[in-house]
Write a protein that binds this ligand. Structure first.
Ligand SMILES: [Zn+2]
Length: 388
């Protein structure tokens, strides 16, 4: 390991150094004899092991044991200020330019264990099955392609129609009447020829259609954006959960939109929600806390013919939140935020958001195979200035 400082700047005030990578989270360290600043300078250059760093510092005064340097490096790593230089250097030239901002984004989340190049490699080596290329996924595919997700399998059954143009920007007017999935695949190829894109004309009529596609293509994550029939989410759930494939879904009601995901064996699944409250909507639910009138209203509403009210700005919001969750699942740069939970975006309240978790249902036949839930704990790190 050769620790290397990220894009960090610092300034001295008396015996203290203020280190800044992100101005939201400065780190204040004590430096009485100037050797902390010398260490930071060496870490900025990179290329030295902890032992070599200790030896260089020891040349300037009293001996510094490698364990002291290791402790400081660990503290800097705790504040996500260092990476391992041995895990860097693969993105140069044209590839570095192509991924300039992708790399810079992941630098924020990189640690000694996983460099920002490792995180991008995970995305570029990943395969996402995109079910449906309509309103939701024509707004997730560009984000996944921009990040360079290496393999995209697109599936849809529809043709491009005039009413799609409010929110589906993968298609142009000359595509009217063309197969949507074919046009979406062509968009990806034009956008970045290095991406591997496959297309499937698929009419999902039952879980076996989903199972066939998932088994044939073996995706890492499914981005589900098929709206009808209503049972399709349960079919995707029934296929993905036993196979251990996480999936992400988004949808819109009348005045709210929502995004949720399922991580098999970790979160509750879609069937757990169905068992708790069969009348919930894709963007509003509160199992167990609704009165009879609310449930009746939902049931009546569900029987109405569906009107898609999604303008591009709404589909874009949903697509961004959903793509973000897919990227979390593919790279692990962050824990999934909506697994077994519904992110609701309230369109009549300034697009304010809430996240509500639903619980695993004890009678869920889909989750039964997993035994007790393996709830991941999210560590919280203080981002306030601290003295080392
Ligand atoms: Zn379940």
């Amino acid at each position: 390991m050769r620790p290397q400082l990220k894009d960090v700047v610092w300034e001295r005030t008396d015996d203290e150094l203020t280190l800044v990578f992100d101005r939201r989270s400065p780190l204040v360290v004590t430096d009485v004899d100037g050797r902390m600043e010398m260490l930071l300078g060496l870490l900025r250059l990179g290329g030295l092991t902890v032992d070599e760093l200790a030896a260089r510092l020891s040349q300037e005064g009293p001996a510094v044991p490698p364990s002291d340097v290791a402790d400081i490096v660990a503290t800097l790593d705790g504040h996500r200020l260092v990476e391992d230089g041995e895990r860097l250097g693969r993105y140069r030239g044209d590839l570095g330019e192509r991924h300039y901002s992708n790399l810079a984004f992941f630098e924020t989340f990189a640690t000694l264990a996983r460099s920002h190049e490792d995180l991008l490699d995970a995305a570029r080596g990943a395969h996402v099955l995109v079910l449906g290329t309509g309103g939701l996924n024509s707004n997730t595919v560009p984000h996944l392609a921009g990040l360079g997700v290496g393999r995209l399998t697109l599936a849809d059954r529809d043709l491009v129609e005039a009413r799609n143009f409010a929110r589906q920007y993968l298609y142009s007017w000359r595509d009217l009447g063309r197969s949507k999935v074919e046009a979406a695949g062509a968009w990806v190829e034009r956008f970045d020829p290095d991406l591997d894109v496959a297309t499937h004309e698929l009419d999902v009529r039952g879980p076996s259609d989903v199972a066939r596609l998932v088994d044939e293509t073996a995706p890492d994550v499914v981005m589900s954006g098929i709206d009808s029939p209503r049972e399709v989410d349960l079919w995707v759930n029934e296929v993905c959960v036993p196979r251990g494939v996480p999936f992400v879904r988004g949808g819109m009601g009348v005045s709210a939109a929502g995004v949720w995901s399922v991580v098999p064996g970790v979160s509750a699944c879609r069937m757990c929600l169905e068992l708790a409250d069969p009348t919930h909507g894709e963007s509003d639910f509160s199992p167990g806390s609704d009165d009879a009138h609310t449930r009746t209203a939902r049931r009546i509403f569900e029987a109405k013919p569906r009107v898609n009210r999604g303008i591009g700005a709404v589909a874009g919001l949903l697509g961004s939140y959903a793509a973000f969750e897919v990227i979390r699942l593919l790279t692990g740069f962050q824990e999934p935020q909506y697994s077994g939970s519904l992110l609701t975006i309230d369109l009549v309240d300034g697009c304010s958001t809430t996240v509500r978790r639903w619980e695993r249902h004890t009678d869920c036949p889909v989750c039964r195979a997993f035994g007790p839930l393996d709830r991941r704990t999210t560590s919280s790190t203080s981002r306030r200035p601290v003295a080392v």
